[in-house]
Design a protein around this ligand. Structure first.
Ligand code: HEC
Length: 99
């Protein structure tokens, strides 16, 4: 009986420890990277690929104003982004795909 308990504990610990370590890893990543860029990149990959591939975006070089115009146009035709998300995305696009 007692040996079984110890075994159970080991099984539970070995399941929990890797996820604790993984969670710590996520935290340090967030601290070292610019959160605006992370959000912008996520929005780009998740919300801008419904209708066309990423190539439309990654092949372009635009100023912040031009990206703002493009994102507004995409939102008008159906891209799912609220105002805050649009700003984060436009910042990311201007930083990453500038002229
Ligand atoms: C509802 C469908 C749809 C979604 C969602 C969408 N697009 Fe588009 N996109 C289009 C269509 C259609 C065109 C081609 C016609 C045009 O340029 O207006 C296009 C063209 C483009 C172009 C090339 C034209 C230009 O202005 O340089 C870029 C860049 C672009 N999209 C970026 C984006 C970004 C960034 C997002 C995410 C915010 C996005 N798209 C989401 C439909 C979409």
């Amino acid at each position: 009986m007692k040996a079984n308990r110890v075994l159970m504990l080991l099984v539970v610990l070995s399941a929990v420890i890797p996820s604790v370590i993984a969670a710590c890893g996520d935290v340090s990543e967030e601290v070292t990277e610019d959160p605006i860029s992370i959000d912008g990149q996520v929005f780009l990959e998740e919300r801008c690929t419904d209708c066309h591939g990423l190539g439309r975006v990654t092949g372009a070089e635009k100023t912040r104003d031009q990206w703002a115009d493009t994102v507004t146009r995409m939102v008008n035709i159906g891209a799912r982004l609220n105002d805050e998300e649009q700003t984060a995305l436009i910042d990311y696009l201007a930083q990453t795909y500038g002229p």
